[in-house]
Design a binder for this molecule. Structure first.
Ligand code: T4K
Length: 391
């Protein structure tokens, strides 16, 4: 890694990139490889590869125990889990969601001919603004999906109050919030149900995977039926369904990685604190912070580049990428500016000023097991030099 003293050391000015290999956001964390290979041996010996196998059952029990929730219904990914949750809750017509999230949240509705109605976020938290949600309720509204973005909880109590007042169902997209608490209680226990993602890029992964977690027995039973074509016995189908099953190899990865969740969180926290200390006082940029009184997974390191920053957000991303630091502009430009929503709701942006401003300011930096103090120091040197020299 090179030392960056001035603009001449930046790759955009012809110097060698700071990193030889690409430094990715979302680099997977991988637990004990020997333990994983042991599970693979067991799977092969048993010749039971999918369909509610023993490892999936064990994984579900362990996740439910970790979250203190009654049911965990494991799925092949978070998007299918969202789709099944939405269907199991009987949502239809219009459902209120943030635009500022990964597009899967809106797609899970649109895919089922339900209209996602985008409500604005609170620029301070990046999660749904309860006041904005109220404005978007119509006679066709049947539900609200809150998203715990960057693992920071959506305004759970306020959304529940709105839902109760208007007879709406409330569920949460908790894809970012595995192993986090809200007011001391594990996320996974709020709303009618919550949906997790165990995708490779999440701090806790099962290669691909997801789950619906809920304390509602009936909902859990329905979700179980739906993820397996509605089969209730060998020959009996009692419900419409799809194939949302988690496979054994994914459950094996999940079980192994569950063992190192605390270790990965500790690494993420170290990284987050190193970035925060090193970026303190840099003009025009602000790191999104976490509430230290809660349990956080620190899986995203988020920088907001303000209008007063001498270098624009997009220029900063280009400068970082030239150094092989593959920073991301999550979740730019907002779901409402992606198809099919851009064509369906061309004026949605008028109701989403905070979404547009936040989406235009965020840069996500690499973290996780593969980052160390020296790498973070170099990333920060690039940012500091770019801003100091108005590169
Ligand atoms: N709701 C929310 C709020 C979500 O954030 C997500 C997923 C979902 C729902 C849906 O859950 P899933 O159906 O995915 O379980 C990535 C992930 O694909 C997606 O899972 C995730 N959110 C989203 C935030 O990030 P992309 O389009 O950025 O993926 P991609 O291929 O550009 O990879 C991201 C980075 O990770 C790259 O820098 C490369 C690196 N990477 C990726 C993979 C797969 C690796 O280093 N190794 C890998 O194996 O969406």
């Amino acid at each position: 890694m090179k030392t960056i003293r001035g603009p001449e050391d930046l790759a955009i000015n012809g110097s060698q990139p700071a990193f030889e290999q690409l430094l990715h956001v979302g680099r997977p964390n991988i637990g004990d490889r020997d333990a994983f290979m042991h599970y693979v041996g067991e799977i092969f010996d048993r010749r039971w590869l999918s369909n509610d196998g023993p490892l999936v059952k064990e994984f579900e029990a362990r996740v439910a125990q970790h979250l203190g929730v009654k049911h965990c219904v494991a799925m092949c990914n978070g998007t299918i889990a969202l789709e099944i949750a939405i269907r199991a809750l009987g949502l239809e017509g219009e459902v209120i969601v943030p635009s500022y999230t990964f597009v899967a949240t809106a797609h899970a509705l649109q895919w089922q001919s339900i209209t996602p109605v985008f409500a604005d976020i609170d620029p301070a938290t990046h999660t749904l603004s309860p006041a904005a949600v109220r404005k978007m309720i119509t006679p066709r509204t049947t539900g609200i999906i809150g998203v715990h973005l960057w693992s920071r909880p959506a305004p759970v109590a306020e959304l529940q109050e709105i839902a109760d007042e208007h007879g709406l169902k409330l569920m949460f997209d908790a894809a970012h919030a595995f192993s986090c608490t809200h007011q001391g209680r594990m996320i996974g226990n709020f709303g009618a149900c919550e949906v997790l993602s165990f995708h490779a890029t999440k701090f806790f992964n099962s290669f691909e995977g997801g789950a619906i977690v809920t304390n509602d027995d009936e909902l859990a039973t329905k979700a179980r039926l739906m993820r397996n074509f509605g089969f209730s016995g060998l020959d009996e189908v009692i419900h419409p369904g799809t194939n949302g099953k988690m496979i054994e190899i994914a459950a094996a990865m999940g079980l192994v990685n569950l063992e190192s969740v605390d270790e990965v969180i500790a690494a993420n926290r170290r990284n987050y604190e190193a970035y925060r200390a090193a970026l303190e006082g840099v003009p025009g940029v602000r790191m999104v912070s976490y509430n230290d009184k809660e349990r956080n997974n620190y899986q995203y390191v988020i920088l907001e580049v303000g209008a007063d920053c001498p270098v624009s957000r997009d220029r900063l991303v280009d400068i970082l990428r030239a150094e092989n630091i593959m920073a991301r502009r999550y979740f730019w430009p907002g779901s409402h500016r992606m198809e099919p929503y851009r064509s369906l709701f061309p004026h949605a942006g008028l109701m989403l000023p905070a979404t547009e401003a936040v989406a235009a300011s965020v840069v996500v930096l690499p973290t996780g097991q593969t980052m160390d103090a020296a790498a973070i120091d170099t990333v920060v040197q690039v940012i500091r030099t770019a801003i100091r020299t108005r590169a």
